[in-house]
Design a protein around this ligand. Structure first.
Ligand SMILES: NC(=O)c1ccc[n+]([C@@H]2O[C@H](COP(=O)([O-])OP(=O)(O)OC[C@H]3O[C@@H](n4cnc5c(N)ncnc54)[C@H](O)[C@@H]3O)[C@@H](O)[C@H]2O)c1
Length: 263
């Protein structure tokens, strides 16, 4: 049976770039998005990753083609696209739904990559709020959104996005042992500013993004292929001993800010 690869958020940007590479590599590629996926040669499923029913339908469709060799979870919304609640529903709870649904159907030797963001190390550094990190460790707990609604700082979509992506990085690390017992790996990538419809919208609408762009050591913003290349590495057997980690793919922005004055 051919390898099965699943890509969420495949209609645009990084997900589309990853889906194109996986199709070129052969096997069956199952895509998931709210929007139509602009490429041939895939099994396209219309799916809202924040819906339990949609994710169950996607998983059944994908597993019907065989055990899953690769999962790329790129679907997401950004601070200028949604309010705090929708950001948590899609970016964090959606990730938790996708991981819970796909873990049991991954092939031995399979791998998953979730897309987080450099917003996590910049806006929600690990260890900066232990109580919130504990709350976000179980994103499908029934009263999560009520608990988050009681935290005024998270009403700001930028803060919500940073913490939702911190939650994604944490979820991946916490999931690694269970995935490991199935001989499967799970990692995340944290992109910097990337030239996709989402990245362009954030650059246009948030002055702070221009500041970050201007101090990028590589003197450019990234493109979807910069991310797809790292995702393909993490999915491949070249990364066979890499699991539970987050890989920053940000052109050096976080390094520049963390070691300000160095150079
Ligand atoms: N572009 C950037 O600068 C940047 C930076 C850091 C992190 N990210 C993250 O990278 C990932 C990919 O973003 P992109 O830049 O390729 O964005 P994009 O907007 O080009 O693509 C995102 C895709 O996700 C889909 N999507 C949104 N909500 C969905 C849902 N509920 N269910 C299913 N599909 C849904 C959209 O329809 C779209 O096709 C996102 O998780 C984003 O948060 C982006």
């Amino acid at each position: 049976m051919a390898d099965v690869h699943v890509v969420t958020g495949a209609a645009s940007g990084m997900g589309l770039a990853c889906a194109r590479r996986l199709v070129a590599g052969g096997g069956t590629v199952v895509t998931a998005d709210l929007e139509p996926v602009p490429m041939d040669g895939v099994v396209a499923v219309t799916c809202d990753v924040s819906s339990a029913d949609d994710v169950a339908r996607l998983t059944a469709e994908a597993a019907g083609h065989g055990a899953i060799r690769s999962l790329v979870h790129a679907a997401g919304v950004s601070p200028t696209m949604a309010d705090w609640r929708r950001i948590f529903e899609v970016d964090l709870m959606g990730t938790a739904r996708i991981l819970a649904a796909f873990e049991p159907v991954m092939a031995e030797g399979g791998a998953a990559v979730c897309v987080a963001s450099m917003a996590a190390p910049l806006g929600a550094p690990r260890g900066s709020d232990a109580n919130l990190e504990t709350l976000l460790a179980d994103p499908l707990t029934p009263d999560l959104l009520e608990s988050l609604a009681a935290l005024p700082a998270l009403a700001d979509p930028g803060a919500a996005y940073s913490w939702a992506k911190r939650g994604v990085i944490q979820l991946v690390a916490l999931a690694a042992p269970a995935w490991g017992r199935r001989r499967a790996r799970i990692n995340s990538v944290s992109p910097g500013i990337i030239d996709t419809p989402m990245g362009r919208q954030e650059l246009e609408q948030q002055a702070s993004m221009e500041m970050l762009r201007d101090l990028t050591p590589l003197s450019r913003i990234g493109d979807a292929e910069d991310i797809a290349g790292v995702v393909m590495f993490l999915l491949s057997d070249e990364a066979s001993f890499v699991t539970g980690i987050d890989v920053l793919v940000d052109g050096g922005v976080v390094a520049a800010l963390s070691y300000a004055g160095g150079g």
